[in-house]
Design a binder for this molecule. Structure first.
Ligand code: ATP
Ligand code: MG
Length: 257
């Protein structure tokens, strides 16, 4: 399975979910590669790559044509490898756009190493930039994390509208594995009402598992750890374990795994 975490909106938990889902998959004895397609490099940072790290990154692969294998590194999590993102990708849109089939650069780069993994998870930047399109073009499935608040419907509709046109021109049909409700605060009536509305509008497309607001999830990245290394019995870790199992069930049903 090649899985992308996408949303036009920023700050909804794409990175948190990419990192922690990758860790649950690895804990389920799957061989996992986490790819950081975001020039902010948050997923790499979350797994302990320092900001001044000088190792090879995705920028070397996409811009410099280096083989992906040379940019892959092992993480502290057994079974989880990382293809680090880099600041070198910031402002690279133009350089990428000048290449042949720029939205397929990553798919091509991934091909020689793909068979070494059961699951590839891609953390995309917010928006539908060329980097995100690379993530979607290479994907067999994608997850849309959302934070339940009053503008969620607009954000989701905006994504689906934009994606509908792109899907055809990209000739890529990754399966929507699910919409993920993140930062759910059950103590507020507003959140509860929004969760109800989103579930009603999108039905089975919404994962049954929800991720609660849990400060441990926000703290773990600063220690370069997944939530399972940082605080394995926290509500956030529990929620991601359940989500991981649900994602794998859906993926198997859709024959992505
Ligand atoms: N369930 C949660 N509980 C508490 N904090 C969370 C939760 N999910 C995410 N966060 C925090 O919210 C912030 C945004 O999350 P994250 O970076 O995962 O979102 P993103 O969609 O990847 O953002 P961007 O679009 O900037 O890449 C981060 O500081 C993260 O630690
Ligand atoms: Mg992110």
């Amino acid at each position: 399975m090649i899985l992308s975490l996408v949303n036009v909106k920023g700050g909804v938990g794409k990175t948190t979910t990419a990192v922690n889902l990758s860790a649950t998959f690895a804990a389920s004895d799957l061989k996992v590669l986490l790819v950081d397609l975001d020039p902010q490099g948050s997923a790499s940072f979350s797994l302990g790559v320092q900001r001044d790290d000088e190792g090879a990154t995705l920028a070397d692969v996409l811009l410099g044509g280096a083989p992906a294998r040379e940019a892959v590194r092992a993480s502290e999590v057994p079974g989880l490898d990382l293809l680090a993102g880099s600041i070198g990708l910031a402002g690279a849109e133009l350089a990428l756009a000048r290449k042949r089939a720029p939205e397929r650069l990553f798919e091509r780069a991934l091909k020689p190493i793909r068979s070494g993994y059961d699951v590839v998870v891609m953390d995309c930047p917010p928006g539908l930039s060329i980097l995100t399109l690379n993530g979607l073009a290479a994907a067999t499935g994608y997850i849309l994390p959302v934070v339940p608040h009053d503008l969620v419907h607009e954000a989701l509709d905006r994504f689906f509208d934009a994606w509908e046109g792109l899907e055809e021109s990209l000739d890529a049909r990754p399966e929507l594995l699910g919409i993920l409700l993140n930062m759910v605060d059950k103590r507020t009536l507003l959140t509860e009402e929004m969760v109800r509305q989103i579930r009603k509008a999108y039905g089975r497309a919404v994962f049954r598992s929800e991720i609660p607001i849990n400060v441990r999830l926000a703290e773990a990245p600063a220690y370069g750890m997944s939530i399972f290394q940082y605080e394995r019995w926290s509500p956030g870790a529990h929620a991601y374990r359940l989500l991981g199992a649900e994602v794998l069930r859906r993926a198997r049903k859709a024959r992505l795994l």
